[in-house]
Design a binder for this molecule. Structure first.
Ligand code: SF4
Length: 310
């Protein structure tokens, strides 16, 4: 498969889709099949889409975000993920990523206590790593005659647990969090990852959140600092989730084909009490509905990056 945007205006049949694909994701074209378009959409974008189409469109399709002081600097979570990749998979950290020294220190302390906890509890006793930090895609999901979606995700860690009968494959996602949380038996992210892993020849029987408390381990912080929330992946659930993904991708594609702006009825908002703390677009959302000039606010108070969905 050949990756890269296909902007050939000679491909008439596909042109409308290509044009719209550029609004909502990276396209790839299969070699020797010029009329087939592939649109890559991230799991996180689909999740946002299901929560609120308007927010997803503004963030992922149009590429708006709140300006940060230094958008090149990554946080504790990214640094910690790098340490975990090194720990489980001997993957060298990316020297080009910039971090705040305070975040590096916090991440390092979190990591040191994580390793101690693994040794003390034997949580990883039967664990045999298959890979770390792999980006993967679902099998193509047809959304129109000549257009396919592929849902992408970055799998933090896949391992075989030899301490369990049957030595099942387990997919693991690391989370750094202020506090532990519950994971639903059909957690969106973990179920999508399970579908992607199965599509790539890794028949996981379990998925899990590997939650590590995000703090400096000062006197008031008390162990345990790690919690594993594991869910079972049944073949029935996999079939259902493959179906859900098809529906979501189809809806996503259809809405982008029809919509010309965020005011489109296809991109309806879903306001609720999480908007004020959970959405960067809460300031402009009401303006869209009230017919005000929300675009000026976006231009003046937000930054725009290339629309990205890969
Ligand atoms: S403020 Fe709420 S309704 Fe509006 S775009 Fe954000 S999530 Fe959607």
């Amino acid at each position: 498969m050949e990756h890269g945007r296909d902007t050939s205006k000679n491909v008439d049949v596909a042109w409308t889709h290509v044009k719209n694909a550029e609004k909502h994701g990276t396209t790839t074209t299969r070699k020797g099949e010029p009329y087939v378009q592939e649109i890559i959409v991230r799991q996180s974008e689909l999740k946002r889409w299901t929560r609120c189409r308007r927010a997803s469109y503004l963030q992922y399709t149009e590429g708006w975000s709140k300006p940060s002081e230094d958008s090149d600097v990554r946080g504790v979570g990214t640094h910690f993920h790098g340490l975990m990749a090194e720990y489980y998979g001997d993957v060298e950290p990316d020297e080009n990523i910039k971090y705040n020294p305070d975040d590096v220190q916090t991440s390092q302390v979190m990591f040191d206590t994580y390793v101690s906890e693994m040794e003390e509890t034997g949580m990883d006793a039967g664990q045999e790593t298959v890979f770390v930090e792999e980006r993967m895609f679902t099998a193509p999901i047809q959304v129109a005659g000549d257009t396919f979606y592929r849902v992408s995700c970055q799998v933090d860690h896949l391992y075989r647990d030899t301490a369990i009968v049957g030595e099942p494959l387990i997919g693991q996602d690391h989370k750094t969090s202020a506090s532990f949380f519950n994971t639903a038996d059909n957690d969106f992210q973990l179920m999508v990852y399970a579908v992607v892993l199965h599509d790539n020849g890794y028949p996981v029987e379990y998925m899990e959140h590997n939650i590590v408390k995000r703090n400096k381990r000062t006197g008031r912080a008390k162990p345990p600092y790690t919690q594993r929330n594991r869910i079972r992946i049944t073949s029935e659930a996999l079939d259902w989730w493959a179906g859900y993904l098809h529906t979501m991708c189809h809806e996503h594609f259809k809405a982008h084909e029809i919509s010309t702006s965020v005011r489109s009825p296809q991109l309806y908002p879903v306001p609720d009490n999480t908007c004020s703390w959970g959405c960067d677009f809460v300031d402009v959302c009401g303006m869209v509905d009230e017919g005000e000039d929300y675009e000026s606010v976006l231009i003046n108070e937000y930054q725009k990056e290339g629309a990205f969905g890969g």
